[in-house]
Design a protein around this ligand. Sequence first.
Ligand code: FES
Length: 105
Amino acid sequence: IKIHFVDHGGTERSVEVEDGISLMEAATQNLIPGIDGDCGGSCACATCHMHIDPEWLDRLPPIEDQENQMLDIVDLRDADSRLGCQVKVSPELDGIVVRTPIGQH
Ligand code: FES
């Protein structure tokens, strides 16, 4: 499954990952700058904050309460913000475009 990570400078990194991992794991496994995943995916650190391309946003599962609370501590929360650890990669998301936030390096 292909994922396109675009940083805030516009540099695109495309990675190929297996079905069922999270967008955070897809980023950290491929050393995408800006995505740390400090808490290991337990929705407790918000260092996996990402912006989802509008074309793909509606295809994701809705934001759960805990994710919503963690997103509230993110500086640059936007309507397209998600925590990468809470979004699982699936074949329906093949080709998804994700932007890594400015300020996360
Ligand atoms: Fe910590 Fe997602 S990895 S909140």
